[in-house]
Each structure stands twice: as C-alpha cells, then as structure tokens.
Design a protein around this ligand. Structure first.
Ligand code: ATP
Ligand code: MG
Length: 495
C-alpha cells in the first residue's frame, strides 16, 4: 500500500503554503522531503497526518482517501508523525506522553495504570530511554525530547511514518538510535517521509527525494542521481561555495571572558575557561556532559552554586540574572525556542523583548528589524505577524537576528542553527565570524552537529563528565569532525 499526495494545495489566508504538490511513497521506501525554510515541508507533514485539511487535492492511502481530515482518521489508516515543534505535554511524565491518546482513559486517567506504564516503558526501551519513564518531559534534554516524540509515534505501530525535523537537535549518538528504528520499520514493509536540512542524513536514510520551493514541487526522483549542490540550488539557496569565506588569522591576545571554578555537576572538579576577543569557541562532546550548565551560567540563566566567578572584558559579570548579564553585553540564542518565544505575539514584539528588558537601551526601529531579518533571508509576511505563523526555521532566524542587533560582546549560542536551511546556516556562520573578527566579540557555541563545530569554530573544547578532555585548534590544523568524534569516542571506550 502506498501513501499518495494528489495535487495538494494549502493556503493560510493569503499565504499559499503549497501548490499542486503530488508524490508517492511506496512500501519499504524512505522519501526525503527537502526545501528551504518556509518552503512547505511541515505543511505536507501536517496534511499527511490529518492535522491540517488540504485546500485542494487529496491524500490517498492505498484505495482509501484520508477524509475527513483529522488526526484520528490518519492514525486509523496507519499514519504516524513526529512533529517539528513536538507534541509532548511538558508537565506530564515521559511514559504518560508516549501512551496518551492511544490507551483508554476515563476522566483523563488511565483505566489500567500499571499496564499503561509497562507498555510505555517497553516502547521507551527501544529509544534507550526506559530509565526516564517517570521523569517529567520538561526535565529532559532537547535531543531526548525528540526521542520521546519518536517513541510516541512508534507506539501506534504506523505503516507510514512522517518524520519532521526529528534529528535537528540530535547528537550523532541519538541519530544512531533513530537509524536503528527506521531501518527495522522499513524492513518490515513500512514507509517513511523524512524531513531534514542535514544532507548527509538524507543520503544515509532515503532513496528518493521530493524538493519543494515556495510551496511547489521542483524535483522528484532518485536521490543518488543528484548532487548536494543541485539540492541546495533547487531549494532556492545560494551555492555554498559562492559564499565568501571570512576567516581571518586569529591571534589570541586580549581576554574577553575569564571563568573560574565552574563545576558543571556536583561531582566534577572545578574548571577554568578563558575566551579571547575575536574568537569562536565550540563546546563539543556526547550530549549532557556539562555543556549546558557552562553555557547557561554565562547567559545568566543558572545561578552560581559553588563560588564560580566570571569576568567579561575585565568587569565582573553578575551571573544569576539574565537581564543583568545582558546589560553587560551578553546575548543568548537558545536551541529550545519554547523557553524564550512568545508564540502568539507578533514578530516585532519578540525581537524587541530583550531591549525592553534592559533599561536605557534604544529600541531599534522597524527598518532596522527588517534589515536584520533580510540578512538571513527570513520568510515572513509582516512584523505584525504572530511568531507561530512562521515556519520553524524562520522562527529560529528571528532569534539569531535579534541577538546580532544587541551588538553583544559575548554571544552564547546553544544549537542556534537548529532547523535552519543549508544556505541560511552559511549566512549565520558568516555573520558570527563577522561579529567576532570585525567587532572583536567572543562567541561560544554548542551544536548537536559535530560537522557544524568543525566548520564554524576557531577552537573546540570537548567535554566529558563535566571536564574538558580535548582542546582542538584550527590554527594547529587539529580541528576536524573526525578529531572531535574520536576524542569523545576514545574516552568512552576507555571508561
Ligand atoms: N498556521 C499558519 N498560519 C499562517 N501561515 C502559516 C502557518 N503555518 C505555516 N504557514 C506558512 O506556510 C509556509 C510554509 O511553512 P512550513 O512550516 O510548511 O515550512 P517548512 O518547509 O516546514 O519550513 P522550515 O524548514 O523552516 O521548517 C510558510 O510561509 C509559513 O509562514
Ligand atoms: Mg518545518
């Protein structure tokens, strides 16, 4: 049985999100759905899963039309989905999130609670998170939340799996878990639609590809027959090789940040860290090795616990207050938009929020906001449009643009290019280098994608269990993806 999109169009008021889109996914096939930010991929995913009804056209599953469009209809026809913006309830347990909506409840309570728990735990074991079944979802790391989203979709044993940007914040080790599940799903005759901006992942998982540009299908064919360059250009982006490389020789001379006595975990030894002006430093390693406490302390989001001190440009940084830290010149970009975005409020308000929080800062006018958004080719209708009318990648661009407008001395970026398309990611890297080299700012970043760290940074510190275990410098020719991966894998094997 195939999943077939027949001449699907979808409008949101005046916005034409999809126009006349047709493709087919056969049993055992994993089809890549590729395109720039705002090209219509999530809209396809939501129509296939009955979340949205198409404005025209129909979705066929075998000989049956997905009608009337509703999540229940799609589920009954065997469609499972993982949502780009997650469908989990943050203050429920991980286990309850997996089974909710799938096992009987009365007045919102599971009728057979212990059975429901057992089933949830068994599903979570498949994504190696069985031990977290009783945790609240909001206590998890971002990559873990996406694995729970996957377990929730797989719990219903779908025939057709729609995967929308599941891996965007997943570390290589987490992508490996997904890969195993996907493989078993396809081998048993299931099929999948896989959405990602990571080209190596498309090549690893998919045999066929549909490319969208401005809501229209511009290519449909066999993936091995097309080059990465073709894909990026068809999606409407610049060929990455044409983006001028701004990588000036970087002399470590003037200190920007001096961090003393940080213990990322209560058991770890205190660590010190110096960041120089004009330097982009990446913090790598397996997930959850202390990267988050480090970045969060610098961003003023984690109160100092053990007498840590931080100076910024020779002045003491009032860590423990995000606003006070921002006043001193620190800008933070999160990889977890839920934390900092007012989804129903206009773009303008979201961009001005950090300026409003800081006394004495002049508010940028609309022209300045528009120019900042244009630098990243952001797709939006007007500054008055609510954030949730933008595609995921375009929301992320708003956060980066507002960070650059703050003209910071230190940029703290946590998986900041999550869900951003290939050509915009190059633009973000270029802008960060510009901030570093032209304005002498320091940048500290984490990324779930080791390749991104190797491309962007002057230096990568690999963390393990709350300590730095490797210091890889571009100037010494030691900064490659392989070097990052082998330093944390070697450590893991030795343990
Ligand atoms: N609820 C909505 N209201 C208004 N416009 C919307 C809504 N949802 C999506 N759109 C618009 O539809 C278009 C396609 O968005 P979609 O989310 O499908 O893009 P995408 O390809 O998934 O992008 P990304 O790579 O950034 O996730 C965009 O122009 C977006 O602004
Ligand atoms: Mg999307």
């Amino acid at each position: 049985m195939s999943l077939v999109f027949e001449k699907i169009s979808k409008s949101f008021g005046p916005v034409r999100a999809l126009e006349d889109v047709s493709f087919e996914v056969r049993p055992g096939e994993c089809r890549a759905l590729y395109g720039g930010n705002g090209s219509g991929k999530s809209t396809v995913a939501k129509i296939a899963s009955g979340t949205f009804a198409a404005t025209a056209g129909r979705v066929m599953i075998g000989n049956t039309a997905l009608a009337p469009a509703s999540p229940a209809t799609a589920r009954n026809l065997g469609v499972g989905i993982t949502f780009q913006e997650l469908s989990l309830i943050p203050d429920l347990s991980v286990g309850d999130n997996v089974v909710i909506g799938s096992v009987p409840t009365r007045y919102g309570l599971f009728q057979n609670r212990s059975k429901a728990r057992e089933m949830a735990r068994a599903e979570l074991e498949k994504v190696k998170l069985g031990h977290l079944a009783d945790w609240r979802v909001d206590a998890l790391q971002t990559g873990e939340k996406y694995l729970v989203e996957l377990a929730k979709a797989m719990f219903l044993k779908p025939k057709f799996l729609i995967i929308d940007e599941l891996t965007a914040t997943m570390h290589a080790s987490e992508v490996g878990i997904f890969a195993g599940l996907l493989d078993a799903h396809l081998k048993s005759g299931g099929s999948a639609v896989f959405v990602s901006h990571r080209l190596p992942e498309l090549r690893r998982f998919c045999s066929t590809i549909s490319v969208l540009r401005n809501g229209r299908l511009v290519f449909d064919g066999v993936l091995s027959e097309v080059s990465d360059k073709d894909l990026v250009v068809w999606a409407g982006g610049d060929d990455a090789s044409e983006v001028p490389e701004l990588r000036l020789p970087h002399a470590q001379s003037t200190t920007m940040v001096e961090l003393r006595q940080l213990r990322p975990f209560h058991w770890s030894k205190p660590m010190d860290l110096t960041l120089y002006k004009g330097e982009i430093v990446g913090i790598g390693g397996l997930p959850d090795q202390g990267q988050k406490p480090l970045l969060r302390l610098l961003a003023g989001l984690a109160p100092p616990k053990n007498g840590e001190t931080v100076t910024l440009d020779s002045e003491e940084l009032p860590v423990g207050s995000a606003v006070a830290v921002a006043q001193k010149g620190v800008a933070f970009v999160t990889g977890d938009r839920d934390e900092v975005v007012f989804v129903r409020r206009p773009i303008r308000e979201n961009m001005l929020a950090p300026f409003l929080a800081m006394r004495g800062r002049k508010l940028p006018d609309d022209q300045t906001l528009i120019a900042a958004l244009a630098q990243l080719s952001t797709r939006y209708s007007s500054l008055d449009a609510p954030m949730n009318s933008l595609s995921g990648g375009n929301q992320q661009k708003i956060l980066i643009a507002r960070c650059l407008l703050l003209n910071p001395k230190l940029i703290v970026a946590e998986d900041s290019t999550k869900g951003i398309d290939v050509s915009a990611r190059n633009d973000v890297h270029h802008l960060l280098r510009e901030m570093a080299h032209r304005q002498d700012a320091s940048v500290i970043v984490t990324s779930s994608d080791d390749l991104e760290l190797a491309e962007l940074c002057d230096r990568v510190l690999v963390m393990e269990n709350g300590a730095v275990i490797a210091d890889l410098r571009r100037a010494e020719g030691r900064l490659t993806t392989e070097a990052i991966v082998s330093s944390y894998m070697r450590q893991k094997k030795a343990a």
